[in-house]
Design a protein around this ligand. Structure first.
Ligand code: ASP
Length: 337
């Protein structure tokens, strides 16, 4: 059987993020951690882009990229996820396919090696969209997915961050760790509504050679969050979204404000029904995140191939492929290499 769907490599677009936040503006040389993060973003973006060039679907590319980012301890997802007030990881993830709005999400899990793989299994192997906690972990087990102890995700840096957050009584956001080696006693004083911290969630968006869009996001949420708290990441239409009629979006930032802003759905509606550009729709949605007391950013690919990576903090870890296939990596607003 032959498919009449056109395959055109010039349609391919890809972007990923490793969280947003406010980095210290001290002009000092980059920390080793920041250099390592840049290298990881580049390596993973190159791998996902190469897969797209080989004919992988957008869905496979974002799954691969987010799984790789979950495995990297530098980011707040999977291994290296931040810890809740009880000292435990509670992981959230979601994935969405633009072709038919297929989607899957998991929240509050601590024993499944790859939350994004489980989100995808929810989409592909159950009649449901979202699972949480023990039920989600039982589903993973019943599907034969790799199960781990919560300790698998915990790194010394996250334990240290939690101790600092407990001392200051804060609920803080990730990426202060970028400067932790330089500012060891810097207070993680951020509240979810008033943060000087960062984020660290990971996500990816892609358009494949058939013109289909997909998005995926994975996170440990907020350091010192109350057990059971769930942010924007696993909420379809908020932190994660894809629809071939408009765009693919993955967010990072103060989850509560993104939820109040109805973030991705607001962008979709402006594109699909009001003829806005992706740039303007993202800017407007980010403005409303700020109105609700939050900060952060998103990566977005329009169905016309436009790419947006806006943020209202001073940094967002990001990598993307230009139409010519070159991979760019940037952290602060001003830099790209
Ligand atoms: N958006 C995530 C949450 O609120 C946090 C992040 O982006 O790092 O759970």
């Amino acid at each position: 059987m032959t498919s009449n769907v056109q395959v055109d490599r010039s349609l391919i677009r890809f972007a990923l993020h490793g969280g947003a936040g406010d980095l210290a503006e001290d002009g000092a040389a980059e920390s080793q951690m920041l250099r390592d993060s840049r290298a990881a973003l580049r390596r993973i973006a190159e791998e996902a882009f190469a897969e797209l060039q080989r004919g992988a679907s957008a869905l496979d590319a974002v799954t691969l990229a987010v799984e790789r980012l979950e495995q990297c301890p530098l980011f707040n997802a999977g291994v290296g996820a931040v810890l809740n007030r009880a000292g435990q990881p509670e992981l959230d993830a979601a994935i969405m396919r633009g072709e038919d709005r297929g989607c899957g999400a998991v929240a509050g899990i601590a024993r499944v090696q790859s939350p994004v793989r489980l989100a995808r299994a929810v989409m592909e192997q159950t009649p449901h969209v979202m699972f949480a906690g023990i039920g989600a972990e039982q589903l993973a087990q019943s599907l034969g997915m790799p199960i781990v102890e919560p300790a698998y995700f915990i790194t010394p840096l996250r334990v240290q961050q939690l101790q600092q957050a407990r001392r200051s009584g804060s609920i803080s956001l990730d990426h202060d760790d970028q400067d932790a080696d330089k500012h060891a006693d810097a207070k993680l004083e951020a509240q979810t509504e008033n943060t000087t911290g960062g984020f660290g969630t990971v996500g990816a968006v892609a358009r494949d050679a058939r013109g289909h869009l997909a998005a995926a996001t994975s996170t440990g949420g907020l350091t010192n969050k109350l057990p059971g708290r769930i942010g924007d990441t696993p909420l379809i239409g908020v932190g994660t979204f894809a629809d071939d009629r408009s765009c693919a979006i993955s967010c990072t930032g103060t989850g509560e404000a993104f939820i109040k802003a109805g973030f991705a759905n607001a962008i979709h509606a402006r594109l699909a029904w009001s003829g806005w550009t992706l740039e303007n729709a993202c800017a407007e949605a980010l403005a409303s995140v700020r109105d609700y007391g939050g900060r952060g950013g998103c990566i977005a690919i329009g169905n016309d191939g436009s790419l947006q990576l806006p943020f209202n903090s001073n940094a967002m870890y990001r990598a993307w492929a230009e139409a010519d296939g070159r991979i760019y990596v940037a952290v602060r607003a001003s830099d790209a290499d």
